[in-house]
Design a protein around this ligand. Structure first.
Ligand code: G4P
Length: 310
């Protein structure tokens, strides 16, 4: 699925982040614990090499706890990186975030050496909620439709703790196909940019393979019969269960897809994580191989055109 991000904003955001990185001491990247690798920004990884990084696996309340543990170990084994899992219902979330940041850069602090922190994250990941928690505010949200960006803000959490909140930054191209689907399933992609039916089918395909009992339980499907269902059969079942029908009794697949995605986003199917470090490594490898083939084909065509021109 080709996801078209907001290219105009992208270029500006990239420049702004590169510029900002020069004057910060560390980077907080807020990730969705249900899809930590998909939500990681490779560009940020490149631009912030050598800087201390705090990865927040947010919305842990919606994620598979066992997989969250595995992801934390994975991130914590990387250089210059510390990872913690949080969720909005944790009253201590903001304090944990602040304490982890201070611990990561212990040589900064005090009025003449404020800790300067850049905070980034994909849309809808819970960044505003975390920031509001740190500021002690109930709500200072400026827009909840993914893709709506805002200008960078500098927030003073304390005299010696400055937080730079950047506009949402995504990738010009997501090469890992699964990442596109996962981000879409999680709600990081504006509705106009995706086909909800395809996203729901991909989600159901993953769930039937990795979380079948949760799916069966949520949608009250017969355990034996449904254990062999394909993704489209699941979508049809969900449509029937939810009364998403068109005149003549056909399934309204769009409505069934919306229902499925809402259930997943709200955690109604259960605590689910759509990727493991192992799966991610495999997806990335496949995507890089595909990219290399495409590049070689493009170059061969270019050479052919050049050859014809002379
Ligand atoms: P953003 O700035 O990164 O775009 O995200 P924001 O904080 O606006 O959060 C997006 C949605 O995710 C909000 O729900 C918010 O309540 C929810 N959220 C944030 N953190 C967590 C968490 O740790 N766990 C869970 N379960 N949800 C979280 P919303 O439906 O858009 O708004 P509302 O319900 O808060 O009104």
């Amino acid at each position: 699925m080709a996801i078209q991000w907001y290219p105009g904003h992208m270029h500006k955001a990239k420049k702004a982040i590169a510029e900002r990185l020069k004057s910060v001491d560390m980077v907080i990247e807020v990730l969705d614990a249900r899809m930590p690798a998909s939500g990681e920004n490779p560009l940020l990884g490149q631009l912030s090499a050598g800087k201390p990084k705090l990865k927040i696996l947010n919305k842990q309340d919606l994620a598979d706890p066992e997989r969250t543990r595995i992801w934390l170990d994975d991130f914590n084994s990387r250089p210059d990186t510390r990872a913690i899992a949080l969720d909005a219902s944790d009253r201590q979330a903001a304090q944990k975030l602040i304490a982890a940041s201070r611990a990561l850069v212990p040589n900064r602090g005090g009025i003449d050496k404020p800790l300067r922190v850049l905070i980034c994250g994909i849309p809808n990941v819970g960044k505003s909620t975390l920031i509001n928690g740190m500021l002690g505010k109930k709500s200072a949200k400026t827009g909840n439709e993914p893709g709506i960006t805002k200008a960078e803000q500098r927030l003073f959490l304390a005299d010696d703790f400055w937080l730079y909140d950047t506009p949402g930054m995504l990738w010009p191209k997501i090469i890992v196909e699964e990442a596109g689907y996962n981000l879409a399933a999680g709600g990081a992609v504006g509705r106009n940019a995706l086909d909800e039916e395809i996203v729901a089918l991909e989600l159901l395909d993953y769930l039937r393979r990795h979380y079948l009992p949760l799916l069966q339980e949520r949608y009250q499907a017969d355990k034996n019969e449904s254990s062999h269902w394909r993704d489209d059969q699941w979508l049809e079942w969900i449509g029937r269960k939810r009364g998403a029908l068109l005149p003549g009794g056909r399934i309204n697949c769009q409505k069934a897809a919306e229902n499925t995605l809402t259930d997943f986003r709200d955690g109604h199917i259960g605590r689910i994580t759509l990727e493991t470090p192992q799966q991610w490594a495999q997806w990335l490898k496949t995507a890089q191989q595909k990219e290399a083939i495409l590049k070689a084909e493009r170059e061969a065509k270019k050479a052919e055109r050049k050859g014809k021109a002379v």
